[in-house]
Write a protein that binds this ligand. Structure first.
Ligand code: ATP
Ligand code: MG
Length: 356
């Protein structure tokens, strides 16, 4: 029996357009082994489109991708187009409309990839780092509430409200604990209840309540400052890290840097209920400095496709993608990893291992 899945492709700008074809090639190859066929609909939503039409996507854009099983995005952003245009013109509308309240960032240090830590602590970190950051993606510190007051006076001040809801914290905690229970049963929740005296104690309280349903998971709260230090000093001690919107944003870039290259890091914006399509994208941006040269590392996009498979209920297929990446990296490396291979060569190395 074959299952057919419809994927909305948004290549975007710069190397986004170069790394999506490798990702779909890998989906097709791994799909053949698992009775899955993929149908792709491509959308040119991008800063390039914005430059021509004044909009990142058409007015009915969200409706055009609502029925798809998932969304695969390359990267959006281009010099001269302010970040808030791609953010508010595309990424945030998609996240909000489709209730993608989980941002998922798996981080692994692969053998053969030099982490910035390996120079300081040779042999200590490679192979051992395998963690997932679960970032709350819909509320918290990133809110539009607040304002500037007394403009131009000596007493001028700015206020920014963070909003945490029982529903919002509860559902992200449930997701993170469930994930930990399917991994190594360990979880650390980022807090700062010693300095942020209303929202963070509330976060801790709701997380503690939800933890009760996952008795098998060993967990603790840790202040964000100490946690950040430990992620650098001892990254292999972590399994699942649960964090609010702001803390998760910072920690995921920190952890991706620890892993060695932004070119490998994948991410998922998930609606875990499956009501709406989830969106998968490499962590890197459009990389204008290397765009158009065929040298972008496609692994971040390929691994994102692996997360897509896992999310849609094909964990073995997702694991095959990751295993192929792991094995390919032993032999072939792109420029960002100190190697000389181009996008095509790296892609071929992954495909060869999937077809083997
Ligand atoms: P954005 O604002 O869209 O996040 P950015 O400029 O902050 O973009 P990137 O576009 O990710 O960040 O680029 C950061 C650096 O990493 C650049 O030098 C870029 O060439 C490099 N880089 C990013 N992604 C890759 C990749 N897939 N392969 C190789 N190098 C990459
Ligand atoms: Mg940037």
């Amino acid at each position: 029996m074959t299952t057919s899945l419809r994927i909305a492709l948004i290549p975007g700008d710069g190397i986004g357009k170069e790394v999506l074809p490798p990702a779909t090639a890998v989906l097709d190859a791994v799909g053949r082994r698992h009775g899955l066929t993929f149908g792709y609909d491509e959308f040119d939503w991008s800063c390039e489109r914005y430059a021509h039409t004044g909009a990142m996507m058409p007015d009915d854009g969200l409706d055009r991708i609502r029925q798809h099983d998932a969304i695969l995005l390359g990267a959006v952003g281009w010099p001269g187009v302010p970040d808030h245009v791609s953010l508010w013109g595309l990424l945030i509308p998609i996240r909000r409309e489709f209730s993608q309240y989980v941002n998922l960032r798996p981080i692994t240090v692969f053998d053969g990839v030099r982490s910035p830590l390996s120079a300081a602590r040779p042999g200590d970190t490679e192979g051992g780092v395998d963690l997932v950051i679960v970032r709350e993606n819909s509320e918290g510190e990133y809110s539009e509430m607040g304002g500037r007051f007394g403009r131009g006076t000596d007493g001028e001040f700015a206020v920014q409200e963070a909003v945490f809801t029982r529903r919002g914290v509860g559902r992200i905690a449930d997701f993170a604990f469930d994930l930990a229970s399917r991994r190594r049963n360990r979880l650390v929740s980022a807090t700062k209840s010693n300095g942020i005296v209303h929202t963070m104690p509330f976060w801790d309280e709701v997380v503690t309540e939800r933890a009760a349903a996952f008795a098998g998971v060993q967990w603790r709260s840790e202040h964000i400052d100490a946690l950040a230090a430990k992620l650098v000093l001892d990254p292999s001690s972590f399994d699942v890290v649960l964090a609010s919107n702001l803390f998760g944003d910072v920690l995921s870039d920190l952890a991706a840097a620890v892993a060695g290259s932004i070119g490998i890091a994948p991410s998922g914006n998930l609606d875990p209920t499956g009501t709406h399509p989830s969106m998968f994208e490499p962590v890197h941006g459009s990389a204008p400095d290397i765009a158009g040269r065929g040298i972008a590392n496609p692994l971040g996009a390929i691994w994102s496709a692996g997360l897509l498979l896992e999310h849609l209920g094909y964990p073995e297929a997702g694991a095959e993608v990751l295993a192929a990446i792991r094995s390919a990296l032993l032999e072939v490396r792109t420029g960002d990893l100190g190697g000389t291979a181009g996008t095509d060569e790296m892609t071929a190395a992954v495909l060869k291992r999937i077809d083997a």
